[in-house]
Design a binder for this molecule. Sequence first.
Ligand code: KIV
Ligand code: ZN
Length: 505
Amino acid sequence: MERVIVFDTTLRDGEQAAGGSLNIGEKLEIARQLERLGVDVIEAGFPISSAGDFEAVRLIAREVRTPIICALARAHPDDIDRAWEAIKEAEHPRIHVFLSASDIHRVYQLKKSREEVLETSREMVTRAKRYTDDVEFSPMDASRTEPEYIYQIVEQVIDAGATTVNIPDTVGYAIPDEFGSLIEGIFKNVPNISRAVVSVHCHNDLGLAVANSLESLRRGARQVECTVNGIGERAGNASLEEIVMAIKTRSDVLSLTTNIDTTQIYRASRLVSELTGFVVQPNKAIIGANAFRHESGIHQDGVIKMPITYEIMDPRTVGIPASHLVLGKLSGRHAFKERLAELGYSLSEEDLGRAFSAFKDLADKKKEITDKDIESLVAEELRTISETYHLDRLQVSCGDRGIPTAAVRLIGPDGQVLADAALGTGPVDAMCKAINRLVDVPNVLTEFSVKSVTEGIDAIGEVLIRIESDGVTYTGRGADTDIIVASAKAYINALNRLLAAKKAR
Ligand code: KIV
Ligand code: ZN
């Protein structure tokens, strides 16, 4: 069995998904879970893109010590210097430099000749190499580039010191056999290829990201770039859990292995879904709610008699809990902390204290607190880290006779107390208008949805709000047993993200 290096880019390409931005505390939580999952490389962000991204990469580099911590940089000196600033305290730092290679990108976007691209690639790898030995290079849009030119780039960047060469299917255009041939061609035509690891990075525009990745591994690639739940630009990236479980389940055909502790997959998936707000579709392979559910009588009968009749994997191998233990009013801090650890959270003492007091408040309103309640509650606590505006109080009056009215009190920057009231067509509209009078940022609300976290009339309601400003979408989430309060939290969360992005720009 040969080992495949798992390079996780949930915090970089995954976070690039429209409306998927994470705050610094959320990124650190995910990085810690990725470490428990056993990924070899965490691409923690793109430091030059914003001050927030820089800080998050720096924090992860300091705190997460086992995996390689990688920072992305365009083939530009400032990007490379900034990437190094962010990761220089990592135990194992890596700089990942990329530059477009295809004629389409070169002509319409870069306006550079092939020679210029070759020269810049070499120079920037040499620059990154001054900082660290571990340098990765990606010729962007490789799948739409003439293979001979890719061979040339790969050879030259390896000569300049690249230790990993990553071949991206940037726009998810490739077909497995074609992409596999490109990888095979690299091994056959690049004389110094044995001095680097060949990596692949596939997008899912045609739904082929995992198939393309696996075919490349069959043809010799030994690093695979992927994201938890397959989140990422447009239709997403290759999904980590699908690749890892395909390698494990079909080792008879693939003869490959990974370092992943598969029992951590479910937790990683829940955490990423909870913190990004991207819901996992029920029929999603490996971690969807229906992935191990059998509906037809014949299938149920078979599984009861012998699970392998209709189950190719044991759900326990991906960490799906056999039963959900329930906490309640009498559960103490210790039990709460242990359950958090089981769910993949490792909060600081201060955050734990806040989460525990929110848990106690919830236990007063709700008899049984399930794992999903706890996830929702901790995600709510993490969302409030580094917020500019915080909801202090909200009061609404509504009904079929009255005029919907909302009064809000916010704690603003530097602790100022701000209060106002507004009328609206309903309580949510009135609440948004009252908040808009205090937080004056033009935006349009484009999506509003409410779901209950668990069954029962006392369930927590989770609200997701998307707003748009200057063509960019910001997602906000809020959870509370009162759905109007949850809506206010979600709206403020979206506004805080908008303000943070504006400030970073
Ligand atoms: O899709 C892509 O080409 C990328 C590169 C930065 C590797 O994300
Ligand atoms: Zn990508």
